[in-house]
Design a protein. Sequence first.
Length: 511
Amino acid sequence: MSASETAFAGPGILLVLDGWGRAPAADDNALALAHTPVLDELVTRFPSTLADASGEAVGLLAGTVGNSEIGHMVIGAGRPLPYDSLLVQQAIDNGTLRTHPRLGAVLDKTAAAGRALHLIGLCSDGQIHAHVEHLGDLLTAAATHQVKRVFIHAITDGRDVADHTAPAYLARVAELADRAGTGRLATLIGRGYAMDKAGNLDLTEQAVALVADGRGMPADSLDQAVAASGRGDEWVPASVLTAAGSTAIADGDAVVWFNFRSDRIQQFADRLYEHLAATGRSVDMLSLAQYDTRAAIPALVERADASGGLADELAAAGLRSVRIAEAEKFEHVTYYINGRDTSVRAVEEHVRITGEGKPDYIARPQMNLDRVTAAVVRAAGRADVDLVVANLANIDVVAHTGHLAATVTACEATDAAVGRILDAARDNGRWVLAVGDHGNAEKMTKRAPDGTARPYGGHTTNPVPLVIVPARENRPVPSLPEQATLADVAPTVLRLLGHKPGSAMTGRPLL
Ligand SMILES: O=C(O)[C@H](O)COP(=O)(O)O
Ligand SMILES: [Mn+2]
Ligand SMILES: [Mn+2]
């Protein structure tokens, strides 16, 4: 064991501050505007560095903003993982998507029977859940296989991209259809309805009724449909474009989902699948990438192997971990950090904090942070727990509203929570590794094409702070390398626990 290992080895806390990115102070940087004495002191007093959390460093396409899924997967895996968006892009670039035998078989069958193809997905270039250009490749495949009737059911964004940009993306959809020579926009609905992931089935059912049965507001034009939302692109009401004719899904039709990320589309996919079955419609259904649905929906692009990460190493070493987060990020400290593995190892405990009623992030930016913090403090006090893994969700979740003042409050609440966690760590002889999973709150505006700064709640490509607070302050503290990535977190955590990095990990221990 090296000197630094002896100095640090022992129980600890891995604390993910969701959406904690670093950018120079500015009037749209909520983290810099907030009064955060604890976070400020953390990065000046203890070994800290900035970690890459976007683009190729984590397994995304170059220049792509980070996100919670890949962020937590790489934190857990200890290596960059080719993410679904990258794998889809590769399949498009090398031609294996549009020539996929599974897709070809479904398209041939649909064409031969004279049935329709329905393409459903988020139309923007946020690169978090979907990319509108992927639709172009599917349209080309449909044209090649002579599918005559192709309906595009567009979900509008306004969250991963600036709000009020839906008309531009829908214009791009029309261009892609023109270029392919097939496809027409059939229905429109905001992602607030179609991509709910919190079990609000009343929202999901509106998307199901729209796509399956053509039930929605009739709209003569895209602009009319988009303008009907009083709450931006996320909440465009279910609308049927009258020019598209009858857009309902009929027996024998085919459906292809073109979101690549599962978490926010799977509830809709499951409900649509079940509704079609319940109404006696037999439909071939495919998804662009693998979904975590109850329904068995074959995928066109398979996931990367994410095994051999932190969870496997902890289990092999018999190290007990407690995972804590509130509902919004619970899967991130369990399923994603474990490499999209649903099994709960014998040495793992999962604590999911839920609140009462529907969350209102602007009115209550504190969310359930007090209870998350209390759970972390409790777990930190247990002698049988080697590692506490927690996600503090507020900075990211509130920043997604694009509301600067609420996000400042979320940053301040997080600061106080980190203070309580550091106290508990010190009282219990634990080190703390605090890290962001991607940027968000440090950039709350985006320039519109007309040059004006518009509120922006999406993620960024900024690096994230990574800080190590030693268990005992009187121990020598080596400084951290200037360059780091999220892939270095798991090897560093293992070293802090007195273990070697896993053999599948290419990230390096930072001390
Ligand atoms: O799904 C969302 O809320 C956003 O599109 C992405 O945010 P996340 O990657 O932090 O979940
Ligand atoms: Mn996140
Ligand atoms: Mn986010």
